[in-house]
Write a protein that binds this ligand. Structure first.
Ligand SMILES: Cc1cc2nc3c(=O)[nH]c(=O)nc-3n(C[C@H](O)[C@H](O)[C@H](O)COP(=O)(O)OP(=O)(O)OC[C@H]3O[C@@H](n4cnc5c(N)ncnc54)[C@H](O)[C@@H]3O)c2cc1C
Length: 765
């Protein structure tokens, strides 16, 4: 077959991927010598020479032309008719009809690194369409309209057991949009069956909504009910009665993630909220932290732990919890299932789904306040301190717009309790160190969201006989020593027991090359195609990845460190917590007992570290090799990201021998998993003590009210119900609804709005 010159030229101008239409009209004069369509296959049209022309057809002349796909109005009438009939047949079956509504979620769509545009791209690439087509069993990937798909999660998987590194996507498919753009998908959708963990229906879109929209949706629903419309309502007329008389006055103490989310829910639902924060707003807090890092001036009330945004603000902003499909928590849940003979699969899936839905609500709310949308898609979302600061400013503005009174630099010194009921709080200006100006403020309820560094508040609670339980007593497990120790350790970790240990730091390039081998060059200080490498080696010691070691002490005679990083993670350091779980036996060995034994235990090691450093916030350090050999690092120690100075010390003198041995053992284990982990540049810093709260404040499972004092609502990490930014926010969100319910601001079932609260234990980021 011969193509006209103009056709050939256009063929060259438009590569096949553009699917250019190239066929001369059959009715044109040239058609007699030209074409007869034989096949329409894989978006290509095959032509061969005339069947009735003068020139006899020889198979040699067959050529393949990529052509435009005929969609929508351009489709041949006969094809349109055929499709319409098929659709009608399918829709007559109501079960099938459901398939063509809403959203399907497609999981584990893996695209090899060389075919993916990279970590920063979230568009639906051709290679991703190929994977989607495979799942749908749709033969021509290029016919699938990318607009019908949204990437909801993307992560990089470079595990060594894989043949090649891949980006793994989770994609939402809007079925109606898909069918309207490409009706030939009908057949394939009708044959699509849900497969757990691979193809699932998104049943309740609200699960993936942000908090404000959920509350507003509920309110609109309520109004529809009041005006005689249809819809399920979670609100009652009492809401309006209540507002007309007096709004309940609620004090939220602490503006960390749990306090902020509790305030947001309550303010949206109509409460009169006062948010009391001992620290400073982020702008001033930033300057105070600057003064600490540069001039060694520790502001006791405005530092890495205290101030707007709470402890996580000057942090990595890692927005994950340990609830992953293969995480320790899931293993823990599996074990509980086997003990109670519950179907592991069902429990596991319900658990992970709930977590996903909670995360989504919190994350979408964070996006509304200025977090980048990327956090919704990243497999390991992280914000970085630089992004948390403007986000918090927007959060504050929104709360103020809702009428929340925010009192910064105001410390709650005491609770006003009468007849087992909280009537308010005693507050003073944070600058008043002696608390001489303490004054009473009355509230209908007090939400205590003070974080785990508010040790003075623990003492206040103890003095008022509020029930406090040291963590490991709080988490009595229903089984004993029969459980294999590693699994027990895993459960224990994930239920949030107390940990102490060290912080280990490596050059980031070393971690990149351990994790990615020759691919490490693609990282380009966080600006490359693949993400900066991190690691998590969970045994009974656990790690995460940060870029700078920072001082999280809240007193001048203690050293306590943690990690932080900026959004690009462009730092040359990678550091992580290396901690072991401790129990009441450890406290007893040091003669500490009572509910606050864990706090005393933490303080003991913080003071020892300060003495070993020699004061001035200098941190004692030891190389990993010297630590393993129990010798003082006498030659110069490798550089550290910690800016206030380090001093060589023998960290064996810090902890009791069994803790030191556990740390040593873990380092050796990690080196087997990550060869090169033990190296000359690896530096251990002392001491990491505040990875979790040492106590739990028991509360009623539904109302969130303290079991010992009415009107007191302990939430977040300090109360022992969270262990990270997201889990604290989730806890605050649930507490907000529970309190609103108590005061008739909300009359529905909290679970119907949010899902069941994660009360199985405490999760850790
Ligand atoms: C340096 C660092 C890095 C971290 N990195 C991460 C991370 O990357 N990802 C992650 O998920 N988690 C991280 N965390 C942990 C995370 O910050 C906490 O789990 C989380 O902030 C707990 O939230 P919360 O609301 O329960 O308490 P907090 O955030 O601790 O907030 C409590 C607030 O209460 C205030 N307060 C305390 N006492 C009083 C009082 N008497 N009167 C008035 N106000 C009071 C405090 O000033 C504080 O602002 C990090 C923590 C630190 C310290």
């Amino acid at each position: 077959m011969k193509l006209s010159d103009s056709v050939v030229t256009r063929l060259h101008q438009h590569p096949p991927t553009q699917r250019m239409f190239l066929v001369p009209s059959p009715s044109s004069s040239s058609s007699s010598s030209c074409t007869c369509l034989l096949k329409h296959h894989h978006n290509a049209v095959w032509f061969r020479g005339p069947t009735h022309g003068r020139v006899p057809y020889t198979g040699r002349d067959t050529c393949r032309i990529w052509c435009a796909k005929r969609t929508g109005k351009q489709r041949y009438p006969s094809e349109k008719k055929k499709l319409r009939t098929k659709h009608k047949e399918l829709l007559s079956d109501s079960k099938e009809k459901n398939k063509f509504e809403g959203t399907w979620r497609l999981f584990k769509l893996a695209v090899p690194l060389d075919q993916d545009p990279g970590k920063d791209s979230l568009h639906v690439s051709d290679a991703l369409l190929q994977q989607i087509a495979k799942v749908l069993k749709f033969p021509v990937a290029s016919l699938l309209p990318p607009q019908a798909f949204t990437v909801v999660r993307k992560s990089f998987d470079a595990r060594k057991k894989l043949k090649e590194p891949k980006f793994v996507h989770t994609v939402d498919m809007d079925v109606q949009n898909l069918i309207s753009l490409e009706p030939r998908c009908w057949d394939f959708i009708s044959r699509l069956e849900p497969k757990v963990g691979l193809v699932e229906r998104v049943h309740d879109e609200r699960d993936f909504s942000d908090l404000r929209s959920i509350i507003r949706d509920c309110k609109e629903n309520k109004e529809a009910v009041l005006t005689g419309g249809n819809g399920r309502s979670n609100f009652s007329k009492e809401l309006y009665k209540n507002q007309a008389t007096r709004k309940p006055k609620i004090a939220v103490v602490g503006s960390g993630p749990s306090g902020l989310f509790a305030s947001l829910v309550l303010a949206e639902l109509g409460a009169d909220v006062t948010l009391i924060e001992r620290g400073q707003p982020v702008e001033k807090r930033g300057r105070d932290i600057g003064a600490l890092v540069v001039r060694r001036i520790l502001e006791l009330e405005s530092n890495f732990c205290f101030g707007e945004g709470g402890a996580g603000t000057w942090s990595d902003g890692k927005l994950v919890t340990r609830i992953g499909r293969n995480s320790g928590s899931v293993l823990a849940v599996s074990l509980l299932c086997s003990i109670y003979k519950v179907d592991v699969c069902i429990l596991f899936l319900t658990w992970t789904k709930l977590q996903e839905s909670f995360h989504c609500k919190v994350m979408k709310t964070l996006v509304q306040f200025g977090a980048p949308e990327q956090i919704l898609m990243d497999g390991k979302p992280h914000l970085g301190t630089d992004r948390l600061v403007p986000l918090l400013r927007n959060f504050r503005q929104h709360l103020q717009d809702l009428g929340v009174t925010i009192k910064f630099g105001t410390r709650v010194d005491d609770l006003v309790i009468e007849d087992g009921h909280v009537l308010g709080v005693m507050v003073s200006e944070s600058a008043d160190k002696l608390r001489l100006t303490s004054k009473k403020m009355e509230y209908d309820a007090v939400i205590l969201a003070v974080g785990h560094s508010a040790r003075d508040i623990y003492e206040v609670l103890h003095a008022h006989n509020v029930e406090l339980i040291p963590k490991d007593f709080a988490m009595q497990l229903p089984y004993g020593s029969a459980v294999a120790s590693s699994l027990l350790a895993c459960i224990v970790y994930n239920l949030g027991l107390i940990h102490v240990g060290l912080r280990i730091e490596h050059p980031q390039e070393l971690i990149n090359s351990i994790q990615y081998a020759e691919l490490a060059s693609e990282v380009c200080h966080g600006r490359g195609k693949i993400p900066v490498a991190d690691y998590k080696v969970a045994n009974y010691i656990d790690k995460e990845d940060f870029n700078e070691v920072v001082l999280t002490s809240t007193g001048p005679s203690e050293i306590c460190i943690n990690g932080m990083s900026f959004s690009q993670r462009a730092s040359k350091w990678a550091n992580a917590a290396l901690v072991v779980t401790v129990t009441a036996k450890d406290f007893e060995a040091l003669n500490y007992d009572g509910p606050l034994a864990g706090v005393k235990f933490q303080r003991e090691f913080e003071q020892r570290a300060a003495m070993m450093g020699g004061g001035n916030f200098i941190v004692p350090v030891q190389t990993v090799k010297d630590f393993l050999e129990n010798k003082l690092s006498v030659t110069s120690v490798p550089p550290s990201s910690y800016r206030l100075g380090v001093k060589a010390a023998n960290l064996h003198q810090l902890f009791p021998i069994h803790i030191t041995e556990a740390l040593k053992h873990s380092l050796v284990t990690f080196d087997k998993e990550l060869p090169g982990f033990i190296c000359n540049e690896a530096l251990l810093h002392g001491v990491e003590t505040r990875t979790s709260s040492p106590i739990q404040i028991p509360r009623n499972i539904d109302s969130y009210e303290s079991t010992s004092v009415k009107g007191l609502y302990p939430v977040g990490e300090g109360a022992g119900y969270a262990g990270g930014i997201i889990s604290a926010a989730v806890d605050g969100m649930h507490a907000g609804f529970a309190v609103a319910k108590q005061f008739s601001l909300f009359h529905g079932d909290v679970e119907s709005v949010l899902g069941k609260a994660p009360n199985v234990g405490v999760v850790k980021y």
